[in-house]
Design a protein around this ligand. Structure first.
Ligand code: URA
Length: 248
């Protein structure tokens, strides 16, 4: 791929903007030598003589580029931000590097969390990985902690484990889910599928209402082990990626 196209795909600007950055000498190699829009980018022979620049050799204003394609990041989503690129109000993208939503392919959330739900949210620009992480076939259990508006009814564990619970407006019963009581109005719920507003609708089916909802874990990844403060994000390490695939 040509450097022009590569920088565009990473969100550094339109064709013209990228050409301007290159013309201004702001795109260089590690030795601060200016690069050209037609230089070839790709892993392989690292020498410029061979005209194949590995990602790691390219600099923008002296800084290494944003993550190469195939990124997988995790955000501790706070309450009050939306999983969208353009809703009014605060967006998850406001918490991520600004170029991520200009990338092609875009960096997308892996599934969604409601505006009023906090917790672990993955992001990737890799379509295959996105499919794998959301497909029921590769199943990733999702763990939620909920506080309720009223005391638990006492029948939730049996109801949610039954595999017969039908949500309003749906035709297929929910898969069995694990339920753990944490307090009179607090519980942990592990889901094996992801339907629209699923946790809120499951508690609504018991005549209760969710007051707060937080996703603690996806597969083998827990927010606690990741140690991320609310609103913070980071790339997953190779071993964290492996923990996720191992749990699939
Ligand atoms: N269930 C919900 O109701 N909301 C979420 O954000 C996730 C699961």
């Amino acid at each position: 791929m040509k450097l022009r196209q590569y920088l565009q795909s990473l969100g550094y600007g339109t064709r013209r903007e990228v050409e301007a950055l290159v013309a201004e000498g702001r795109i260089t190699d590690a030795e601060r030598e200016a690069l050209y829009v037609d230089d070839e980018v790709g892993e392989g022979a690292p020498s410029r003589g061979g005209h194949r620049l590995p990602h790691a050799a390219i600099r923008f204003d002296g800084e290494v580029l944003d993550a190469p394609p195939g990124l997988l990041a995790v955000l501790h989503k706070p309450v009050g931000v939306t999983c969208s690129t353009k809703d009014p109000g605060r967006l998850v993208y406001d918490l991520l590097p600004p170029r991520w939503k200009a990338r092609d392919p875009i960096v997308s959330p892996v599934g969604r969390l409601d505006k009023d739900t906090s917790g672990l949210l993955l992001f990737t620009d890799d379509g295959q990985l996105l499919h794998r992480l959301t497909s029921p076939k590769y199943h990733q259990p999702k763990v939620y902690r909920a506080t309720l508006a009223e005391d638990l009814r006492g029948n939730e564990a049996a109801l949610f484990a039954a595999g017969t619970l039908m949500l309003e407006g749906e035709h297929k019963p929910l898969l069995p889910a694990e339920f753990e009581v944490l307090g009179p109005r607090e519980a942990r719920l592990t889901l094996h599928e992801g339907r629209y507003h699923q946790v809120r609708r499951m508690f609504a089916a018991t005549g209760n209402a969710v007051a707060t909802l937080h996703r603690e874990a996806i597969g083998g990844l827990t927010l606690e082990a990741l140690g991320l403060a609310e609103g913070a994000w980071r790339m997953l390490t190779a071993s964290e990626r492996a923990a996720l695939s191992a749990s699939a």
